[in-house]
Design a binder for this molecule. Structure first.
Ligand SMILES: [Zn+2]
Length: 483
């Protein structure tokens, strides 16, 4: 990759700046929850068709999942997009708490930027390949419901990643860097106990309490905590605790998340949680129905892809935040949680960040930190983790929010609709397009990335954890989410 490659990619993104920012803003303005992203998905499908991509709507059984392709031959480069919002986070782009629609949803994770950047990257890469007569295939994968289900695993089962050589995944945030950090794998399960109802005072000996079973299971799991590896996280809620106290509860249920740094740790801990449930059922004379509803893999980073992304960002230069952006960030900084900004700034400076001399330059990360996060594990989970075990995947963050902005917050929603967010989105599009071009220009790097991937996955090949896609509770029974 050379400077003229960076220039060609930057121009291809710049030509679409209006279209891309309007798309990102519109998806932000009309937030849609997971599996219900009908408007966002259709808007993206049309934009891709208008640029000559062939678009498949409805992938993996989900109506809002799309797979769009352009070009021919190898390598096959996939840009991963998302567009789902979070409930209850409605917010304008003003740097103060102000709902756009009281009680409404909002883009607290910036997926309006995530999906639009990936789409922009696909279009820009297509342009450069076409202009230079280069072979290679560009894919855009519009992936629904990242916040609620393992949608990418179902897209994979439907062939969405077939023949893909490498994938790129950008996440909005407060830092600009290629990332080698991992995250937590998960198992999410419901435990429904059934006993026998009886008058709790008059006939308690006839009753078998499903609530007792729920509570005894929780007690068992809370003792189990001492005897699992330190990276294991187990959390639960009681989703059904019975009704009136004078009736022995016939039915009671709980919802569990088990997380750990890899699939094997999760599977081992989860098996013991299930044992606690069976033990509790035996103790109480009840029956238990266990349903594994979701299971995500941790992120498997790829060094080759990360290095290429870092190189791409170095060639492109800074994001280009200006005095207006910094003024907005200054106003927003007043509303960040106490100490959040200082803590984040210290962390980034320790990684080698030296913000420029302009006033408030430390509020927005304009230049890439390079490759960060080697050996680190973030305490979150994502179905992009599944993809990283299916194809070599390059991960990057680009600042779309002031340093210290917490995820899933109203502050993050405001940033995702602001000029700062739009600049970060366009930059991420350029970075991914250029890294993709890098793979096309140097096929040896594709082979290297694939060899690294093959070594890393030899011991634990990918398998889908959940059999059936269970829609999240916010999806109405009559919603047309199935493809
Ligand atoms: Zn997210």
């Amino acid at each position: 990759m050379r400077t003229e490659d960076a220039r060609a990619v930057a121009e291809a993104v710049a030509r679409r700046q209006g279209m891309l920012t309007e798309m990102a803003r519109e998806i932000w303005r009309r937030p849609e929850l997971g599996l219900l992203e009908f408007r966002a998905s259709e808007r993206q499908a049309r934009a891709l068709e208008a640029e000559g991509f062939s678009v498949r709507r409805g992938v993996g059984g989900m109506a809002t999942a799309i797979r769009a392709g352009w070009g021919e031959g190898r390598p096959v480069i996939a840009m991963l997009g998302e567009f789902d919002a979070l409930p209850g986070l409605s917010q304008t782009d003003a740097p103060r708490r102000e709902a756009l629609e009281p009680g409404g949803s909002g883009h607290g994770c910036g997926h309006n930027l995530l999906g639009t950047a990936a789409l922009g990257a696909a279009l820009a890469l297509k342009d450069v390949l076409a202009a230079r007569g280069l072979g290679g295939t560009v894919l855009y994968l519009g992936c629904p419901a990242e916040e609620s289900v393992d949608a990418k695993a179902f897209m994979a089962a439907d062939g969405a990643f077939e023949d893909v050589d490498v994938a790129f995944y950008f996440h909005p945030g407060d830092a600009t860097a290629a990332s080698l950090s991992s995250c937590l794998a998960t198992a999410t399960a419901t435990f429904t106990f059934r006993g026998a109802a009886a008058h709790a005072a008059a006939d308690p000996e006839r009753g078998r309490s499903a609530l007792d079973a729920v509570e005894l299971m929780d007690v068992g799991v809370n003792y189990l905590r001492e005897h699992v590896p330190p990276d294991v996280r187990i959390h639960y809620t009681i989703t059904d605790g019975g009704g009136a106290p004078n009736v022995v509860p016939e039915r009671a249920a709980s919802l569990y998340f088990v997380r750990a740094k890899n699939r094997a740790h999760v599977d081992a801990a989860y098996a013991r949680v299930v044992d606690c449930a069976r033990g509790a059922a035996l103790m109480t004379g009840t029956e238990v129905d266990v349903r594994l509803v979701d299971g995500l893999w941790n992120i498997l980073p790829n060094e080759v892809a990360a290095r290429l992304l870092a190189e791409a960002m170095r060639l492109i230069g800074p994001v280009g935040f200006d005095a207006d952006d910094r003024a907005w960030a200054r106003a927003m900084a007043e509303h960040l949680p106490p100490g959040a900004r200082e803590e984040a700034e210290a962390r980034y400076r320790a990684l080698g960040w030296s913000p420029g001399e302009e006033p408030d330059a430390a509020l927005l990360m304009d230049e890439s930190l390079g490759v960060v996060g080697r050996g680190e594990v973030g305490f979150y989970s994502t179905d992009a983790g599944d993809v990283s075990w299916i194809v070599p995947t390059g991960f990057l963050g680009v600042a779309t929010a002031p340093v210290g902005t917490p995820g899933h917050s109203w502050q993050n929603v405001a940033a995702a609709g602001s000029g700062v967010g739009m600049k970060g989105m366009l930059y991420a599009a350029k970075a991914m397009a250029l890294a993709g071009l890098g793979f096309v220009l140097e096929p040896g790097r594709v082979a290297e990335a694939r060899a690294e991937f093959a070594r890393a996955t030899a011991q634990s090949p990918y398998r889908r954890v959940v059999e059936e896609l269970v829609p999240p509770p916010h999806v109405p029974p009559d919603a047309p989410w199935r493809a």
